[in-house]
Design a protein around this ligand. Sequence first.
Ligand code: HEC
Length: 720
Amino acid sequence: MVVMKKIYVCMKSNEKMKIKPTSRLFISTIFSFLLLITEALSNETNWDFSNGNFEGHKFSKLKEINIKNISQLKKAWTHKNGFIPKNKNNSQITPIFTGDSIIISTVNDNLISLNPSSGKEKWRISLKNPTAKRGLLYSDKLSTIFVSTGSGVVAIKESTGEINKDIGKNGYFGNSKSLLSPIVYDEKVLVAFLNKIESFSLSEGKKNWTINLNGARVWSGFSYDKTTNTVAIVTSNLVHLWGKTDIDPDYTNSLILIDGDTGKIKCKFQDVRHDHWDFDMVGSPIFTDVKILNEKKRAVYAFSKTGNVFAIDVKTCKFLFDDKKNFKTLKTETSKYNQTYSTEQTKILLPEPLLDQRYDFESFLKTLSDKENIDYLKFKTRKAKYNKDFIPLSLNYDVLMYGLHGGPSWYGGTLDFNNDQIIIPSNHYPWVLRSYYYDRLLTKVINLNEKFFSFFSKNNYASPFQKKSKKFASETIEKVYSKLPYFIDAKGKSLYEAKCQSCHGINRKGKYASETYGDTYIPNLIGITFTNKIKSLDSLDNFNYSHSYAKGMPKLNKEEIKIIKNYFNEHDKILKKYNLLREWGSWQLFLDKDKLPASPPPWGKISAIDINTGKINWSIPFGARETDNRKIIGDKNFGGVLSTAGNLLFATGTPDKYLYAYNSETGENIWKYQLPFAGSSSPMTYFYEGEQYILVNSGGGKFFGYEEELGDQIIAFKLN
Ligand code: HEC
């Protein structure tokens, strides 16, 4: 748009020069022609949607920066928004470019407009949490930015940051929580709320249609194809691993194609049926033309954490590579607990998968030479099942597998038009899924306390005083509740407090570090007398073996173990009698003794899939890490990718904090720049005042393995 404005100014000065009528026609023809060109150019070179365009391409036709001059790419400016989150909640937004400004959101719910050539702030406003967590949209026609928030989408005037009350309901569309950018076309505003999709009229904000997703959620995948008027979404599983999965309608773990006008579902492709492992479908679906056996088709590609890649013919709703030999049926075990499991799942072989879910522990052990590490890992896996697909959860064993952070993850891939391929990063490190009982009554009381406090703190950022009071209240609840078992077995309870409580907790809940903080694990002991975990209390030897790696263990004798086992028996019986035991599952990173993923590297890759054949053109390790005694090639990654007509692929998000550039045709790394914090969303590019810029969000990594604190920076690059 900037280019267009310049031409407009230029015409004005011409007019002043009193041009003859004959040349007026000529000039106006040239003017219209230039307008056409600039319009086409601006559509191609603006970045008015976080994913580049509604089709999910993350591709730019700009090629001022290209493989020949990439070595001259230098930092142009940095913008620091001043808010560094303390709760590992990093910024996951890809900024947008309106033609005049760069628009970004921050983790503390500010929306900021920046000058594209200097990074200087033009305006800043504060909105409701979460603000534009994973996407933004700018409408050139309306000079308006559409921002998803914790309560509806709000329209913001590009020039001033004020709410545009002329559209929607006083500037608003809907009132639920949405993380993704809305999609606006032909007087319609499409919004992916967390568990429903809605269409509104642009002018009045009236609802056109709703699809309620019955518990499935949309975290990352929302695209729209103008040529077929099709909306594509991808969904997650239900809320928790042990939850009920026999629901109707079932929209979980699926790619769903929807008619944009009517909201009617055209077709639905479910990846995992009855998911108990958290295998969401992720990343924005990518619409593209493909050529198969010389026939042109409109296709959509979508990705699952299982590694399955869906390639669908949008018009026929059939698989693009719809041949039996491209699918493998996996016969799967079911669970003996009161849960629904599917007896089979499907592995898609073409497009080629991006991950094998099976974790081959025995083969991994053979690659190790450090005896201490081998013993440690053998201990950790002593009651684990692995090296199979879709192992059902159980209270009697742990499940080891790949895939909970992908394969592909939420930031998805890019369509590299130059080479007819989709380029996508993926993760490859193992997880352990553990199941246990929890005490329903205790959990209920704690949840009530949480609710009480969240009522007073409007967004995620409770004040230090609120945080302290909440902590004090829940500790008091825990303490009072822990007195109850004295009525059952005072002697056993006292012994537990003296010898076990310091680790296993005041109410036997244990300790689990989430993937954000590491792999600390002390088992939950609630209800263990109904599982085979109680074998640890069958003898002193068993007890000592279970505690081989527990540091600072007090000494126990046979008699004390008996007393404690008896106390557990009595307590568990009461919990069962009053129906207070419920199953729950938690997943953790599966790390070795050096706190590194217990699997052979690369732990992260970038792969290029040929869109016409489904074959992988190239696959390379992504990022690198050096520890005291190892150099690891290919690391975890949570950033994203951008491809350009300059035959370049930009990728970021590894713990080494680099923004990498690759030759997109070959995957060869040709440039890198170390950011202050790991890249935390897909990079983008724009053209302003005659120069191409690459912009990256240096927000840091929120998961364990990213050593640095989180950041608040947006960094722009241009040719020197
Ligand atoms: C110093 C910390 C610590 C103390 C004290 C402690 N434990 Fe443990 N306990 C652990 C750890 C760590 C594990 C094993 C974690 C693992 O499997 O990696 C464990 C494992 C167990 C298991 C095996 C659970 C399973 O999943 O197989 C039982 C049962 C158990 N502890 C009971 C007790 C009892 C009873 C006491 C008190 C007499 C006690 N522990 C004291 C840390 C402790």
